[in-house]
Design a binder for this molecule. Sequence first.
Ligand SMILES: Cc1ncc(COP(=O)(O)O)c(C=O)c1O
Length: 371
Amino acid sequence: MNNKIITVTSPLLPNLKEFESLLSDIWDSRWITNNGHFHTKLESALAEYLKVPYISLFTNGTLPLITALQALHITGEVITTPYSFIATTHALWWNGIKPVFVDIDPETGNLDPQKIEAAITPTTTAIMPVHVYGQPCRINEIQEIADKYGLKVIYDAAHAFGVEIKGESILNAGDLSTLSFHATKVFNTIEGGAMIIKDEKTKKRIDYLKNFGFANETEVVAPGINSKMDEIRSAYGLLNLQQVDKAIESRHQTAIKYRKALANIKGVKFWNDTPGVKHNYSYFPIFINVNEYGITRDELYFKMKEHNVFGRRYFYPLISSFSTYRGLPSAGKDNLPIAYKMAEEVICLPMHHSLTEEDVNRVISIIIKKS
Ligand SMILES: Cc1ncc(COP(=O)(O)O)c(C=O)c1O
């Protein structure tokens, strides 16, 4: 057995010498947080890179979700997807909002717009979709429904760094979008996140909200929270931004190898690139049909582990099956058959910028041999 451990992800790290040089600037300035030089610089650099009007940095990807709901005064019920990381639904719960789960589209893993209208009630105030794995939601259809019923749309775009449709960032869709810059993500600041904002007034308000609601030294305009990104992580982010394109291209090459090798394996399904979409290759999910493949997803998953290859069953268990949310009227299997099926079939294969040809071949060989 090859003992080298292959993990599902590996953090993109800045060059240590370059980071040390920026740290030394921070030490000299003695300005380590609260809207410092590197924080401002990273906000501008990201707004330009991501082709968005305004961005506000946060300490992680969960707090911008919670803050977006606060900023738009969302109450009552919000329609969302069960096929995501649990933070999506937790953000609703932390705002005292009732999550209403709607099933997903098997072609993208995202909220199915055709099923949204049936879930709208007089207390629905918003839709919170997720661009899962960085696959774009059906943005136009979701917006049409939102406009028809006067609902807000907040996208959890934690996985969608840099994703574009026909040259336009998908982060500009809806009312607000949020990103995660956690170590596991395509672009990371160790821990970190951001909100994408369309106008200057809202940007100002979000900046107040992430700083306890302070508008100035003596005025608090809202019950805010503390979620400011510090100077050290901002500097780290600036360096990582310079190498993120190269990292995405390396992920792309891995996706090409996986697709080529797995194309003819019966019972193993995966998604191809969508024409017109600039993907970020943040994850490589495969879906195992036990009848055709011969062994179950879990059997393959544990077989991979035996060979020191660590995939992840994202997103299993489904959010709606965790004890916290299981009791909700919309959480049942009969309401979410596609999401439950997908959660039972998925394995995300190792996908990061530093996988070698040999690593990828090892992963492929286990899937082909099933042993
Ligand atoms: C879809 C989704 N939403 C939200 C989050 C939360 O981001 P963070 O871990 O940065 O708080 C994650 C994180 O992994 C995620 O995958």
